[in-house]
Design a binder for this molecule. Structure first.
Ligand code: 6PG
Length: 473
């Protein structure tokens, strides 16, 4: 028994992570109930690795377990939900005290909490680990977000650091803390992912339907933005997507893709959590809502025949608008990260995670879907002030937004006149202006609450709770 790690689930993520780990000098025992997947993995190892014997694949659990060195470390890469429990139950009788079980799927953090409790009772060290970066990330360096039983970390550390993406030689992995924190951080990562994707989609719509730009022109603009301060993975892949020809016909592929977005739930969980913890994340919420609206295609088609829009389109100067759009996108992206970090800091307090937000920003700089230049600024914020509740309160970080907000305003103004939907950009601006507003009209809300429900209100000029018999002359 010499394998350093066991992998359960040899689908796209499991197989690529296996190749990645083996390439870094570790030995891997893989298991999948479908023998075809194991065969594909060993074939890929033959083709891609200088030492293909570092990977062995099994479709029988007993030899798979027997191949692992002790204490065993087993990483599950199976679909989140019931499959994780099924695999855990099937594995349990084969595990010994002190073995390590890692869930690398997009599990809900509450499921992770429950599994952690059950497995701790069996003296199994359980780790909930967020894994980001898709297929290419898994193969060449993902961003890894492990948390759970701290006894597992030193055993896993060399292997995970070797497999993770690197930014300036720093591995995009670190021990995030106890409990469900790894999957919590991954959930928020995905909420941010939804927000950034929505913003890029809105900017595409504005250039496509608003300005009537060609895909080549848009590709060049995104290419330019990808080189600047907001540059990152999602902008880079947008350039590729815009340039992709249709393999089944003439012209570009993008305009032939049905405009109905799917989702697996992690963005929605982020919004649910932000509401539960009372953290404002309107941009992320708008992104989740917009996926729902996009999927209601039949309703939109009917409504498009019935509901009116602007009569006259205000003319705009294209070059100025594009400059504003670049600023708007950068500012709104920054606000998406802001909202995610605010939620993480609130969760840190609420769940006693002892999470370092500097570490999170650092891990997210490479390998993951939301990696971008903007994370360097965020990291610096938490280096200066680890406990800051909202990064907008950091004067350097806030100064960047002060610079881009004019562009955001100009874009929201123009698109409101055009009648093109930009709920992400609008939510960004509404959030920014609310957050920087020392006064909000909540005095009227309080008066209304007291009027109809005797909920009482506080005054700015004296202590105490007040109630009035409103409307009585
Ligand atoms: C990642 C991604 C990934 C996620 C997909 C799909 O970090 O690699 O977040 O884990 O599964 O992005 O998510 P949706 O189906 O919800 O869009």
């Amino acid at each position: 028994a010499s394998a350093d790690i066991g992998l359960i689930g040899l689908g796209v993520m499991g197989a690529n992570l296996g190749l990645n780990i083996a390439e870094h000098g570790f030995t891997v025992s893989g298991y999948d109930q479908d023998p075809g997947k194991g065969i594909r993995l060993t074939d890929a190892a033959q083709e891609q690795l200088s030492e293909p014997e570092r990977i062995k694949a099994y479709s029988d659990i007993v030899p798979f377990i027997a191949a692992l060195r002790r204490p065993r470390a087993i990483l599950m890469l199976v679909p989140a939900g019931a499959a994780v429990d099924t695999v855990t139950e099937a594995l349990s009788p084969h595990l010994d005290q002190g073995d390590i079980l890692i869930d690398g799927g997009n599990s809900h953090f509450r499921d992770t909490e429950r599994r952690l409790q059950t497995l701790t009772e069996q003296n199994i060290h359980f780790v909930g680990m967020g894994v980001s970066g898709g297929e290419a990330g898994a193969r060449h360096g993902p961003s890894l977000m492990p948390g759970g039983d701290p006894a597992a970390w030193e055993r896993l550390r060399p292997l995970l650091e070797a497999a993770a993406a690197k930014v300036k030689r720093e591995p995009c992995v670190g021990w995030l803390g106890q409990g469900s924190v790894g999957h919590y951080v991954k959930m928020v990562h995905n909420g941010i992912e939804y927000g950034l994707m929505q913003l890029i989609a809105e900017s595409y719509d504005l250039m496509h339907r608003g300005l009537g730009l060609s895909q080549e022109e848009m590709g060049a603009i995104y290419g330019h933005w990808a080189q600047g301060p907001m540059g990152g993975f999602l902008l880079e892949i947008t350039v590729d997507i815009l340039g992709q020809q249709d393999p089944l016909g003439e012209g570009y592929l993008l305009c032939k893709i049905l405009d109905s977005a799917h989702q697996k739930g992690t963005g929605q969980w982020t919004s649910q959590e932000s509401l539960a913890l009372q953290v404002p994340t309107p941009l992320i919420n708008a992104a989740v809502t917009q996926r729902v609206l996009s999927a209601a295609k039949a309703q939109r088609q009917q409504a498009s025949q019935q509901l009116g829009g602007p009569i006259e389109l205000a003319p705009i100067d294209q070059e100025t608008f594009l400059t504003h759009l670049g600023h708007a996108l950068q500012g709104a992206m920054q606000l998406t990260y802001t909202q995610g970090m605010h939620l993480l800091q609130a969760a840190n307090q609420h769940y006693d995670y002892c999470l370092s937000l500097e570490l999170v920003a650092s891990i997210w700089r490479g390998g993951c879907i939301i990696r971008s230049q903007l994370l360097e600024d965020l990291r610096a914020v938490y280096q200066r002030n680890p406990d800051l509740i909202n990064p907008l309160l950091d004067s350097d970080y806030g100064a960047a937004l002060t610079r881009t907000q004019e562009g955001l305003r100009a874009v929201v103004q123009a698109t409101a006149c055009w009648g093109l939907p930009v709920p992400g950009l609008m939510a960004a601006l509404g959030y920014y202006d609310s957050y920087r507003s020392s006064w909000l009209p909540a005095n009227l809300l309080q008066a209304q609450r007291d009027y109809f429900g005797a909920h009482t209100f506080q005054r700015i000029d004296r202590e105490g709770n007040f109630h009035l018999e409103w409307g009585k002359k």
